[in-house]
Design a protein around this ligand. Structure first.
Ligand code: ADP
Ligand code: MG
Ligand code: MG
Length: 189
């Protein structure tokens, strides 16, 4: 991805995720994700020799707020573990996403259809298990995120607002889908 594209994506994604979290939660999700990713970038620039997913995990687990910070931290933590265990990048990614989803469900107790990031992660995990490549996996995550627009939330702050968010997707699900999309773009370069 070149700098212009990443700037457009970063700005647009932040505004969209903020607006979605204003509709169904407290409006901080765009800030949480952007600040977390900026801190990861800064930490990796400062320590280029450290394993990237381990750096991302400690930033999100220890420094990022909201419900999403620690949950996304768990995903990065499992990706870090899987990259230690598997030398093949695709094997590591598949195992890490599977274990990351399991960890998020253990801690957050969300089931599929509860209108959370699980609804993007689960179809991505299934696509990976079926042998799909990064782009198809990202499309599966985006489809899952878009489908949350029809759901009423049963977890997190959004569960207090009833019908108000119907018609718009869950911010956490869309945010996670955008991470898969960025990963696919990076693999294609
Ligand atoms: P907060 O509500 O604490 O401000 P964020 O705005 O950081 O949290 O993150 C909101 C997102 O977190 C939601 O859009 C949803 O995807 C996700 N989320 C909330 N609760 C859970 C849960 N129990 N399991 C999985 N994801 C969750
Ligand atoms: Mg929020
Ligand atoms: Mg919050």
């Amino acid at each position: 991805m070149n700098t212009d594209q990443s700037l457009v994506l970063r700005t647009y994604a932040h505004a969209t995720l903020t607006a979605l979290d204003q509709l169904s939660g407290d409006g901080d999700f765009g800030d949480n994700l952007r600040e977390g990713l900026d801190r990861v970038t800064a930490a990796l620039d400062a320590h280029p020799d450290r394993p990237p997913y381990a750096v991302a995990a400690s930033v999100f687990l220890d420094e990022v707020g909201g419900t999403s910070g620690p949950l996304i931290g768990l995903l990065f933590q499992e990706l870090a573990r899987a990259h230690e265990a598997h030398s093949d990048e695709r094997d590591a990614w598949r195992a890490g996403i599977g274990e990351g989803l399991a960890a998020i469900q253990r801690v957050g107790e969300a089931e599929p259809g509860d209108r959370t990031m699980v609804d993007a992660l689960l179809p991505a995990r299934d696509a990976l298990e079926a042998g799909s490549g990064p782009r198809e996996v990202a499309v599966a995550a985006l489809d899952g995120a878009h489908a949350t627009a029809a759901l009423r939330a049963r977890r997190g702050r959004a569960s207090y607002v009833g019908q108000r968010a119907i018609g718009s997707p869950d911010p956490g699900a869309l945010g996670v889908a955008l991470l898969f999309w960025s990963h696919a773009r990076a693999r294609e370069e």
